[in-house]
Design a protein around this ligand. Structure first.
Ligand code: C2O
Length: 460
């Protein structure tokens, strides 16, 4: 736990002590919940008006690190107006505090039962959230052409937090948020912000959880502070630039190949999400309405699109074999599996798929995954022969009243790693080492899984 997180848990601890003390003297009805912030929508959601169309001109969302001075001033003015509104009229759903509550409420915060993470709502819900948020910001500064910027953290030139959010690095900047652990000038670890595995997925059901785990989760943790728990994440304005990039990667993936489509089941297409719009009207919007962001939501992404290289030749990931599970944390490579794998050594794109990995839920953190215990203890990351990739855990709440859900599956590229794996004769396990615990004494834990599959990229 770093210094800032320590301070934060101390603050939460003090807040709890305070609430417990209050419980002794106040009638129960007056006691606020000790652990969960109240984050329900301010006002009735009983009679929604369905969203129908947007008639604005199509405008680009641009990389946050390349905004002009004028664009930065507008962005700051918009967030200042949103923050001011929260003070001048705390009941206005467009105010900043209520905007942050939308995310909290939709991740189970404040006792709500809604959960937009770890499932097929993740991408459409966040797209709709940003859309309404962006329209409100534009309205508050009287500019219908205002569009959110995005933090393109996968671009090696943009691994520091975009300057507008850190300069000045204090409360006079409406884009600043004090609990961050990432300081101005800090650069992301190169293992953060890597969307290549997600972008090479060939269907939405694999793409979405892969993108959500890492890079999405790892950037939440890298920024730290409010960003490292879902109930508080949207209090940091960088959240919206981060999610605009997640949204852009969905857009890039969709544009990369005609076969990369959103789900077509009526259940998914007709799933609705509710938001207050820029006129304080409660709206519902369907997943079907957000799939084509250009035609329907009136924005496109400017700047570089992810460079799709070799994996575009991959039309499908096909199962080579399943590893044998002795129990949930002990695996075995049988003779038959090895026979199937040997001809594939370094010939094809290969991938390891973990089914329902049971991740640690004691705190938000990013872990390196290895298939060799001594490599995990040395924790040298990508240079290690048995290093498989990054796993990020972002809790719903740091306060322990609601934990994270579990990803359904996570994929890891096995290129160049297969030889080491097939050399294993006996049983083995998968090991997690916390990324920040550098050096030879990293605390290492075994990862429990419900299944492990080996997949091969089929070119088409
Ligand atoms: Cu709703 Cu990045 O989380």
């Amino acid at each position: 736990m770093d210094r800032k997180d320590k301070e934060e848990s101390r603050r939460h601890f003090l807040a709890r002590i305070g609430a417990d003390a209050a419980a002794l003297i106040l009638p129960a009805t007056l006691v606020a919940p000790a652990f969960a912030q109240v984050c329900a929508p301010p006002g009735s959601t009983a009679n929604p008006t369905p969203w129908t169309r947007d008639c604005r001109s199509i405008q680009p969302r641009r990389p946050a690190s390349t905004l002009t001075g004028t664009e930065i001033s507008k962005l700051k003015a918009a967030y200042k107006a949103m923050r001011d509104l929260a003070v001048s009229d705390p009941t206005d759903p467009r105010g900043f505090v209520h905007q942050t509550h939308i995310h909290c409420h939709n991740c189970g915060g404040g006792g709500s039962s809604i959960q937009v993470h770890f499932g097929d709502r993740f991408l459409p819900w966040h797209r709709a959230y940003l859309y309404f948020h962006e329209k409100i910001l534009g309205q508050l500064i009287g500019d219908v052409n205002f569009r959110l910027p995005y933090w393109d953290w996968e671009n090696p030139a943009h691994r520091t937090m975009p300057g507008a959010y850190t300069s000045p690095n204090n409360n006079t900047n409406p884009l600043f948020n004090s609990p961050r652990s990432m300081a101005p000038g800090d650069t992301l670890d190169p293992t953060d912000g890597q969307p290549a595995t997600a972008l090479s997925e060939t269907n939405f059901a694999d793409f979405s959880p892969e993108l959500e785990g890492s890079p999405h989760g790892s950037i939440h943790n890298a920024v730290g502070g409010d960003m490292s728990a879902f109930d508080t994440a949207a209090k940091d304005p960088i959240f919206y630039a981060h999610h605009a990039n997640v949204d852009k990667l969905w857009s890039d993936w969709t544009n990369a190949d005609a076969s990369h489509t959103a789900p077509v089941t009526p259940a998914w297409l007709n799933q609705t999400q509710g938001f207050f719009d820029e006129n304080k009207k409660w709206r519902t919007i369907r997943n079907a309405d957000v799939v084509n962001h250009e035609a329907k939501l009136r924005y496109i992404y400017a700047g570089r699109t992810w460079e799709f290289i070799t994996w575009l030749c991959i039309r499908d990931w096909v199962l080579v074999d399943k590893l044998q599970l002795i129990d949930t944390s002990r695996l075995q490579l049988s003779q038959t599996t090895r026979q199937k794998l040997l001809p594939l050594l370094d010939k094809a794109e290969m991938r390891l798929r973990l089914i329902s990995p049971q991740l640690p839920t004691d705190r938000s953190a990013s872990y390196f995954l290895y298939y060799d215990e001594s490599d995990a203890k040395a924790n040298r990351g990508p240079q290690s022969p048995s290093y498989l990739g990054l796993i990020s855990v972002v809790l719903m709440s740091k306060e322990g009243d609601h934990k994270m859900g579990s990803p359904r599956k996570l994929d890891f590229d096995l290129k160049g790693k297969l030889k080491g794996l097939t050399d294993r004769t006996s049983e083995f396990s998968l090991f997690l080492a916390e990324r920040n615990a550098k050096g030879s004494n990293a605390a290492v834990s075994k990862l429990a899984v419900r299944g492990v599959e080996i997949l091969r990229g089929q070119e088409g």
